[in-house]
Write a protein of this length. Structure first.
Lengths: 816, 293
């Protein structure tokens, strides 16, 4: 292939396809390389009939291809047709493995050995990567497949699934789900345990194994694939099993390595980092442009717009404003000063220290997720105990922090260019102090997602945030009277330590005088009494621990371990001792705190002698709750099974308060001493569900509730990430007739979630409703509060925060 | 050992939320109901109605009106429970009030009769009311005692899981029984074919199923094998025996579960229809009183 293309587009997803469409319209000599035999593989692999959403809705689509929310098939069909109509030159089964050369003269080597010559390259390969292949002999046998579209299509087969991750387990369970299919399903696991998969999946698999539905072979790897059989390498030697089909789900290699080999630099070593790009999407390798998910834009509309833009840029249209320009314009419209979008971006980048290193493109992305707000002098920005996990940066002016809850005149200033609100960002807990504007000022409120993205892509920003947060946390903990300089040495000596759930940071009887500040997560304090660990207290983020030994000397008096995955700031005891010695006031206060702690210890110990059963019970309940994730909860539904009559009115009330779908499962979940933790959202400090939400639809509301807004695209990520299984994906059922119509005339399905039959009888078959993620929102906005609690006829359902759960346990104990 | 930041506003919305429907708000409705009953009894004793206390005196009308109003309000619990309207109401408070005010009807209603009973619509209304109240007392008793047993019995399993495990045991039994002789297989088959929860209401609430085919099959199998020499190795009968035992244990759990759930509801099958009968007879009672005035 001697022809040189003006532009070669790698990857035919929304971004690449849109770029190719633009190139075709501009009559640029181009080729679209696609590694499979169809366009847009990621969306092609969505399950059949999946509803694809078009978010963010305020963003205008600028592309030669059409795209609107709808069924996967319809969207793919439109694209296939329009690609043809536009005259896009597509080359299928063309996977680039090497890119060499310079701008104007690139050589792309394909997997089949062919080469393609290009002046410029647009990389739109997404982040899916390629599945890891079977490397054993016969790995290229036609029995092997790397994907399972529809588990229902195979009958009477011996099927072996390889891989111990969620994908493998879900495939194995899917294949074995219907006994009528008569498949004999085996799953191979290289190690002895399924450590990488979600607990819920592992549990289901184990059950299926016990029921004989799935054969589970641990510590087994495939040795050779032959026609109709598979040779296994087991711990006890080789074994041959019949096999008609192999589903290999052994993870995938992220495309980063390939991208880096092309000479493109990433912003950091961090796994979440993206390639460094100019505003025109050009990477550090001149002539190679990166767009789409790989550039950090996972949403289809963004991708398609970028495809259009990048070709315009390559074609020399440098005046083209990005499609998100109107959004930013609107954002900046309320600010005083009347600058243009570019001027504002530059202004913010210059003024705010942690934004200094951002590229204009990153700045744009950053501001899309953030909100610039102008405050008048004296205006309150947030109040103590407001929930909030966003970070604020000061672009202009300064703020005052009210450090004393009782006296608002005692304030600490924070200067221009700095940040505040970082405690909420890191710990996920309520705001620790009220902050107000010291003068007319402009702040940028950075959402948690944007802040995390920023830290991942700019290491300097991460370091700055960490240092400031450590310093502030110490200052806040020990109150006024201390200055930054006083604690400089302690801050310098400190380090951030990650602690696994259950890991011990302080052991009873050990030496050591370091102090630990809990930055993220929570800890439990235990003491060994009569050979048994007794639960003493629960420490939420923001607490410190370990000062007793430092002040009083001697050995550690109790064991402290992480209730959940946590982060602590470890401060050298000696450095901290110096601070204490220099400030007698502080020492006095610390001693007072300590005395209160010692009282509790003494109380528990005293009680242990007289009512050992009661203390055991208290300890047991507390440990049970911590084991069930209450340690990271902020508000959780508990059911006292001494009172629960099983009427399920809580579920019915939940469904009736929320468009007909219940967000809790009362009966499921663990129970200890009649205290039941149903399957219902715990509103975690750091919600797992938020970790990868493409449209950023999950937020924390004003009362601390974690909720999903209308922009949900139904991808199911949150459901997979939630370790407690509280999120369901479902369609909203049609509206029911009113309650009196049911009571008096029998119309409608009655209270609670309508059954499937009623839903299908009463739905409009023409309208395909999308499945959306449904979870508890603590009945935010409903006068009266959580419906589950209000609707409980016996008082069995209660909602508690972890700080309070021990009081519940105590109440229980008094009743017992 | 440590310092915990004081969660300032976090606790403001949750005060003393953990008490049951009987103890709600420090027995508030028990106190109110007791006061009402006391006032009724004292006033009954001290107010002189001539010739004697009866439903038709001004005092009797007053009690009757209060009673009828109460009955209608108590009936509204059924609507309250099902109408999830917003607002600061608590169904627990309603239940608590329902119970204690309902019990106070015994005094109000009885004093309203002036202890004049006969074979007429008036006494019929009274009788229905007492039926409703007595069935309600059973309800209180069941609500107060059964939940613990229900919780202990299900042992973290949901009803769906219990039934699923039964189905799974049945599947395993079906497979394990393949190598058995015809008469042994017949035993297993009778366990597989029987609906283990059929047999009507009495079996359901008693939890006793004397004709349980699973138990019979297992007993037969045991009896037969008691004198047979053990063959060792993989005797399929051993497996079937173990599975039958497992199934019987699971059946026991499900039957107890269904029994307890039935008991929590069975009183309502008297309480609710009787309430409608009460309202009907009450209407007749009131109309007839005014008609023959």
């Amino acid at each position: 292939m001697a022809d040189k293309f003006r532009v070669v587009i790698v990857g035919s997803g929304p971004a690449g396809m849109s770029a190719a469409g633009r190139a075709a319209q501009l009559k640029l000599k181009h080729v679209l390389l696609e590694k499979t035999d169809h366009l847009s593989d990621t969306i092609y692999k969505y399950q059949k009939g999946k509803h694809v959403m078009a978010t963010p809705s305020q963003l205008v689509l600028r592309s030669d291809m059409d795209f609107d929310a709808g069924k996967r098939e319809a969207i793919l069909g439109t694209w296939d047709k329009q690609t043809e109509v536009c005259g896009v030159n597509v080359q299928y089964n063309a996977e680039p493995v090497k890119i060499e050369g310079e701008e104007g003269n690139f050589t792309i080597t394909l997997k089949n050995g062919d080469t393609v010559l290009a002046e410029t390259i647009v990389m739109a390969i997404g982040t899916q990567g390629n599945p890891n292949l079977m490397r054993c002999p016969g790995g290229d046998n036609k029995l092997v497949q790397y994907q399972l579209d529809d588990p229902g299509e195979y009958y009477d087969e011996h099927i072996t699934v390889i891989g111990s991750g969620d994908a493998g387990i879900e495939n194995a369970l899917g294949l074995a789900a219907d006994a009528a299919q008569n498949n004999i399903v085996t799953i191979l696991n290289r190690s002895a345990e399924f450590a990488r998969a979600k607990k819920a999946n592992v549990k289901l698999l184990m059950e299926a194994g016990e029921q004989g539905k799935v054969m589970i072979r641990n510590e087994t790897t495939p040795a050779e694939v032959k026609d109709g059989e598979l040779i296994l390498e087991t711990r006890d030697g080789q074994e041959t099993i019949p096999c008609n089909r192999i589903i290999a789900r052994m993870g995938s290699a992220p495309p980063r390595k390939f991208v880096e080999e092309c000479g493109i630099e990433f912003t950091s070593e961090d796994r979440e980092a993206y390639p460094k790009l100019t505003p025109a999407f050009e990477s550090t390798k001149k002539g190679i442009y990166v767009i789409g998910a790989l550039a950090g834009y996972p949403l289809i509309k963004h991708c398609m717009n970028q495809g259009y833009d990048v070709i315009e840029f390559i074609n020399g249209n440098t005046d083209l404003k990005p499609a998100d320009e109107p959004i930013l314009e609107k954002k900046f419209a309320g600010l005083p000063g009347g600058k243009s979008v570019d001027e504002w971006l530059e202004f913010f980048r210059e003024k705010v220290t942690i934004l200094n290193d951002l590229s204009p493109l990153q700045m744009r992305e950053f501001m899309l997720d953030s909100e610039p707000i102008a405050y008048r002098s004296g205006e309150t920005i947030f109040e103590r105990n407001d929930p909030g996990s966003s970070l604020f940066t000061i672009a202009q002016g300064s703020v005052l922090v009210e450090v004393n809850p009782t006296d608002s005149s005692i304030v600490i200033p924070i200067e221009e260019g700095s940040i505040f609100g970082e405690v909420g960002l890191i710990s996920g807990r309520r705001r620790g102090a009220t902050v107000r504007a010291a003068e007319d000022m402009i702040a940028i409120e950075v959402s948690r997602t944007a802040a995390l993205k920023l830290q991942a892509s700019v290491p300097a920003a991460k370091r700055a945030i960490t240092r400031i947060s450590t310093e502030r946390q110490l200052l806040q903990m020990f109150g006024s009277g201390l200055t930054k300089e006083d604690i400089a040495e302690a801050v310098e000596s400190s380090e951030i330590v990650n602690v696994r759930a259950g890991e011990t940071i302080i052991s009873e009887g050990d030496d050591g005088n370091d102090i630990y500040v809990i930055r993220v997560g929570s800890m439990v304090v235990e003491k060994e009494i009569g050979g048994k660990p007794v639960f003493l207290s629960y420490l939420p983020a923001g607490s410190y621990v370990g000062e007793m030994t430092l002040i009083a000397g001697g050995m550690r008096t109790a064991t402290v371990k992480a209730a959940i995955k946590s982060e602590v700031i470890k401060i050298q005891g000696d450095a901290f001792k110096k601070v204490l010695d220099a400030h007698p006031d502080l020492l006095r206060r610390a001693k007072k705190d300590m005395a209160a702690r010692q009282d509790i210890n003494a109380f528990v110990e005293a009680k242990k002698d007289s009512f050992s059963g009661v203390v055991d019970y208290y300890s047991g309940v507390a440990n049970f709750l911590v084991d069930n994730g209450i340690g990271e909860a902020t508000d959780v539904l508990l059911i006292d099974e001494n009172l629960c009559v099983g009427c399920d009115n809580c579920e019915k009330a939940c469904a009736d308060s929320h468009e007909g779908l219940s967000r809790l499962d009362r009966e499921a979940g663990r129970t200890y001493a009649h205290l039941h933790v149903p399957t219902s959202c715990r509103h975690c400090e750091h919600p797992h569900c938020m970790s990868d939400c493409p449209p950023d639809a999950i937020h924390r509301g004003p009362d601390g509730e974690v909720f999903i807004d209308d922009t949900c695209i139904g991808c199911g990520n949150c459901q997979r990430y939630c370790p407690y299984g509280v999120i369901r994906m479902d369609k909203v059922p049609p509206k029911k007739p009113g309650i009196l119509n049911w009571l008096l005339f029998g119309f409608g399905p009655g209270p609670g979630e309508p059954d499937k039959k009623w839903v299908s009888d009463n739905s409009d078959p023409e309208v395909e409703k999308p499945k959306k993620a449904i979870k508890c929102d603590m009945c935010a906005g409903i006068n009266g509060g959580p419906a589950c609690v209000r609707a409980c006829p016996t008082g069995a359902a209660i909602r508690v925060a972890p700080e309070e759960f021990l009081t519940v346990a105590k109440l229980e104990q008094e009743e017992a | 050992m440590a310092s915990v930041p004081v969660p300032g506003g976090a606790s403001k919305k949750k005060v003393a939320m953990h008490d049951g429907f009987l103890k709600h708000a420090g027995y508030r409705w028990l106190k109110i109901a007791s006061f009402i009953m006391l006032v009724c009894i004292v006033s009954y004793l001290f107010i002189d109605v001539s010739p004697r206390h009866n439903g038709g005196s001004w005092y009797g009308y007053t009690l009757g009106t209060i009673g009828a109003g109460l009955i209608l309000w108590l009936t509204m619990l059924g609507v309250r429970k099902r109408a999830m309207t917003p607002g600061k109401w608590s169904l627990k408070a309603w239940t608590s009030a329902h119970i204690y005010l309902g019990l106070s009807l015994i005094v109000i209603g009885t004093l309203h009769t002036g202890f004049q009973f006969g074979w007429n619509i008036h006494t019929a209304a009274y009788a229905f009311m007492m039926f409703v109240i007595i069935s309600g007392i059973f309800g209180i008793y069941f609500y107060a005692t059964i939940p613990q047993a229900l919780s202990n019995n299900r042992d973290e399993m949901t009803e769906t899981q219990m039934l699923e495990s039964l189905r799974s045991l049945d599947r395993q039994l079906h497979e394990a029984a393949q190598p058995l002789s015809a008469e042994h297989a017949a035993l297993v088959l009778q366990s597989l074919e029987q609906d283990p929860f059929g047999g009507g209401f009495l079996k359901r609430v008693s939890g006793k199923y004397p004709n349980c085919a699973t138990r019979a099959a297992q007993a037969d199998l045991r009896r037969e094998r008691a004198y047979q020499p053990r063959m060792g190795g993989d005797d399929p009968l051993d497996k079937v025996d173990a599975l039958l035992e497992k199934k019987e244990a699971t059946l026991g759990r499900v039957r107890r579960h269904l029994k307890l759930k039935a008991l929590l509801q069975v009183w309502l099958f008297i309480h609710v229809p009787m309430t409608f009968a009460l309202i009907a007879s009450l209407s007749a009672h009131i109309i007839s009183v005014f008609f023959y005035w």
